[in-house]
Design a protein around this ligand. Structure first.
Ligand code: NAD
Length: 386
């Protein structure tokens, strides 16, 4: 098997590393950034964690803060207009997955002819060109977008959450500073934490798994399995926040070099049609989809259970696999993950959209990487089970 491995050229990791943003830009000769973030980062003053060290180095970036959760093609177009109106040599994506993905998508769209649409780049197309380099600074421990070759953008005409992949979406550099996550509310800590657990698990059981991605996925599962509950209950626990940030980044590197699979394929349509936060829709699906594939990659699922610390070396694979399912169900209960109905999604609308959602899930390509590859009818049945 031949595997292609990609990662940012530089990752600066550790508590307080955001203060070194100017130095990181300087390493690459960059000095004219457009900072892409979201409204909360500005209203809460969090954006100053980046602006102040830049100001000390004589850099005063323009701030584009119109990012929305589950970023849309129209926001990217507005961002590209802002980018073209100035003289920038890089983009800084600062925030959760939404601002980071916005910055990446802006770099891709800005490299295309004026008037180009984001949908031209969705999988199976490859988005390999970026107008300028992107530097990512995550503020949630979840998406791993700071280390991946993906950006996820919603097409506002079709309500499709499009997966866009290629070297154009790979950040040049990332600053990974867990101290930025102390302020993340418990709900978001849970959702983003399960997102990263899903990345690691799906990368590990994927048909595209490879030894490099495996090592990162196993390490991520060790960190997340032991620290997600603690970070959820004790937001200021430094060891837990640090472990979750590192685990999220490693999980990002793992799936970027392997793949995600059925959970993500089915999760994106839930996000697009019902605006459920990405990690939460993953969490809703994770136990049922894991059960569906379990016996098609049992040794891998069992190894994942051992890495997470919920099964031991002495447990046979079947026992470890059952323990994994039990753990995923318990985790959802402890982290207060609702069913779609409890989340407020009406049964009639849910049922009516299932054929389209199944079709959109399959079109993303992610289900084809699952250990058990479903037909559209099986995806519909799985949606009904959650
Ligand atoms: P998000 O970026 O939408 O942020 C969620 C909320 O948390 C926002 O209100 C934000 O302001 C707030 N927030 C962020 N950091 C905070 C902090 N430090 N303190 C307090 N509040 C904070 O959520 P997310 O889960 O990080 O990102 C989700 C997006 O990422 C989705 O669109 C998803 O599809 C995408 N995604 C991308 C990749 C990739 O590889 N590119 C991978 C997984 C998910």
């Amino acid at each position: 098997m031949i595997a292609t491995i990609v990662s940012p050229r530089l990752m600066r990791i550790g508590g307080g590393s955001t203060a070194q943003i100017a130095e990181v830009l300087g390493l690459f000769g960059l000095s004219r950034p457009l900072l892409v973030t979201d409204p909360w980062m500005v209203s809460s003053g969090t954006v100053n964690r980046v602006l102040e060290p830049l100001a000390k180095a004589g850099i005063t970036p323009t701030v584009f803060s119109d990012t929305v959760p589950d970023p849309t093609d129209t926001v990217i177009e507005a961002g590209v207009a802002a980018f073209r109106a100035g003289d920038y040599d890089c983009l800084i994506g600062f925030g959760g997955g939404s601002p980071m993905d916005t910055a990446k998508a802006m770099a891709i769209l800005a490299a295309a002819e004026p008037g180009a649409k984001m949908r031209a780049f969705k999988v199976p197309a490859s988005a390999d060109k970026a107008a300028v380099p992107v530097i990512c600074i995550p503020t949630t421990a979840g998406t791993g977008s700071e280390a991946t070759r993906f950006t996820v953008i919603t097409d506002t005409e079709t309500d499709e959450k499009m997966l866009i992949a290629g070297l154009g979406a790979l950040p040049l550099a990332a600053i990974v500073d867990y101290e930025l996550t102390y302020s993340v509310p418990a709900r978001t800590t849970a959702d983003t934490g399960i997102d990263s657990l899903t990345h690691a698990l799906e990368a590990f059981v994927s048909k595209r798994a490879n030894p490099h991605a495996d090592s990162l996925a196993l390490s991520a599962m060790r960190l997340i399995g032991r620290h997600l509950r603690i970070a959820y209950r004790q937001p200021h626990n430094a060891a837990a926040r640090e472990a979750m940030m590192l685990g999220a980044m490693q999980a990002g590197l793992a799936f970027s070099n392997s793949s995600v699979a059925l959970v993500h394929g089915m999760s994106r349509p839930i996000g697009a049609h019902f605006h459920v936060p990405h990690g939460l829709s993953n969490a809703m699906l994770l136990p049922a989809v894991t059960e569906y594939g379990l016996n098609h990659a049992l040794p891998r699922y069992a190894e994942a259970a051992r890495a997470m610390g919920v099964a031991t070396r002495d447990d046979a694979d079947q026992v470890a696999g059952s323990k994994l399912l039990e753990e995923l169900r318990e985790l959802n209960q402890e982290l207060g993950v609702p069913t779609p109905a409890q989340y407020g999604i009406g049964a009639a609308k849910w049922e009516g959209l299932l054929p389209l959602m199944a079709q959109q899930a399959l079109a993303s390509g992610s289900p084809a990487n699952n250990p058990r590859v479903p037909e559209a009818s099986e995806i519909i049945a799985l949606y009904r089970r959650v």
